[in-house]
Design a protein around this ligand. Structure first.
Ligand code: FES
Length: 442
């Protein structure tokens, strides 16, 4: 209570003092105004300078980030870069078949343009497209990869060149290739297909200037042709040896295109190998050597072993050439390869293994799902897809590395020795099954 009384008296005295000295009070206030203005102005200037500095440094950071992103793209002079909309770059995209060309009785090329009219995603020569195909009578879409056969500087359209995979005569009930037969029998000009943007670890380093040897076995020439066209389009002077291996003239696809590129460019040396020439095939006109491509022949053709070697062929041919190149002391990092073959054939060649333990559980940590293994699944990828768990995929034969996933506990059994070597602690889901309980980072 005494506090309240003191307060009231103080307020009363304050107002009385103000009233009695009003003129002196207003003069003091007027004197303070310029001082306040000077102080506020100084504070504003300091704050402004700070903001400008911060803005500049952020700008620099963004600039660096943008430059880094730009640097990670393939650098080609004629390249059009697609807009980075999620649908166009990351996921599946619709492409219209603008041209279908028959190359031989069982090989056709398909030229594709985006249905949305936007730019194509750039690619590196050697990479492939992953298609999702609605093949009749299949309960889920068939996923297949086909190498781009066009040069990477031509971004008007993509071209894939596909060989029809017949059912193999010597492998019992292995069916014909679903994807390739669908392309040949059901897809025509004007039709729309769905594909993911180009990818793949097997590609030509366009920044390098080292001489190269491109070794193609049969339809394995498609990524090689893309590499050759890209080097020529970029007017690179690097020496190129293109070794084309087929059985005979009937299987020699895209011959005119290849021979024209070789005859018009002094740095390109084309050598054609027929392993079984027909009676209408003539040496020095249709082919150079009546034999398979071998390192023994390479030693006679090349001035030295100092080349970068790119091989796309069936696995058996790659294995042989790789081994012999290594014996010839070609460093491993100069040998690049990708095999091809029908996924079902690769799986059918060996009896299907089963997990070593009973009642195996697969834990997918990212998806928070645990699923019991069934022997009806072909692979971990098969199980994942069947249960709505997303794992990237490409070749589905252990060659491209797209399905590489971290295996955080447990281990896998490979159905077939993969061509692609995953990092330690990872596995390739497309060609493996679980050994026992396992946890995958998917
Ligand atoms: S999808 Fe290519 S290695 Fe598995």
């Amino acid at each position: 209570m005494p506090h309240g009384l003191v307060g009231v008296i103080a307020i009363f005295l304050g107002f009385w003092g103000l009233f009695m000295n009003w003129w002196a009070f207003t003069e003091i206030l007027l004197g303070l105004v310029p001082l306040i203005l000077i102080l506020s102005g100084t504070v504003a200037i300091i704050a402004g300078v700070k903001l400008v500095r911060e803005g500049k440094s952020e700008g620099k950071k963004e600039g660096k980030k943008a430059k880094k992103a730009e640097d990670s793209l393939p650098q080609f002079s004629n390249m059009a870069v697609a807009k980075s909309t999620p649908g166009s770059i990351v996921g599946y995209r619709n492409f219209k078949i603008i041209t279908k060309t028959k190359e031989t009785h069982n090989v056709s090329s398909f030229y594709l343009q985006p249905e949305d009219g936007e730019a194509l995603t750039p690619f590196l020569p050697g990479q492939y497209l992953t298609f999702q195909l609605n093949v009749p009578d299949q309960d889920k879409p068939v996923v297949r990869c086909y190498s781009l056969s066009s040069g990477s500087t031509n971004l008007d359209s993509y071209r894939v060149t596909i060989k029809r995979q017949e059912a193999p005569h010597d492998l019992g009930d292995v069916p014909p290739g679903k994807g390739s037969n669908f392309f040949h029998d059901h897809l025509n000009e004007g039709d729309v297909v769905t594909a993911k943007p180009p990818k793949g670890n097997f590609y030509l380093d366009m920044e390098a200037t080292t001489p190269i040897v491109l070794i193609a076995g049969g339809v394995g020439m498609t990524p090689m042709l893309s590499m050759l066209e890209s080097v020529i389009a970029e007017k690179q002077e690097r020496e190129i040896w293109f070794l084309m291996g087929v059985r005979n003239k009937k299987e020699y696809i895209m011959r005119e295109e290849l021979e024209a590129l070789a005859s018009q460019n002094k740095n390109v040396h084309l050598k054609v190998f027929f392993s079984k020439p027909g009676i209408e095939d003539f040496k020095d006109k249709d082919y150079d050597f009546s034999e398979r491509i071998s390192v023994k022949r390479l030693k006679k053709l090349l001035p030295s072993n100092n080349f970068d070697y790119y091989i796309c062929a069936p696995s058996s041919m790659i294995d042989e050439i790789r081994k012999d190149l290594e014996k010839w002391e070609v460093p491993k990092n100069q040998i690049h390869y990708e095999s091809f073959g029908q996924a079902t054939i690769k799986k059918a060649v060996q009896p299907k293994p089963v997990p070593e333990e009973k009642s195996v559980q697969i834990n997918f940590s990212k998806s928070s799902k645990t699923i019991a293994w069934k022997d009806s699944y072909d692979s971990l990828l098969d199980l994942a897809e069947d249960n709505g768990i997303e794992i990237e995929s490409g070749c589905r034969t252990g060659s491209c590395g797209s399905c590489e996933v971290a295996c955080t506990s447990g281990s896998v059994i490979y159905l077939d020795e993969p061509d692609y070597e995953p990092e330690k602690g990872n596995c390739l889901a497309c060609v493996s099954i679980p050994k026992g309980n396992i946890s995958l980072d998917a």
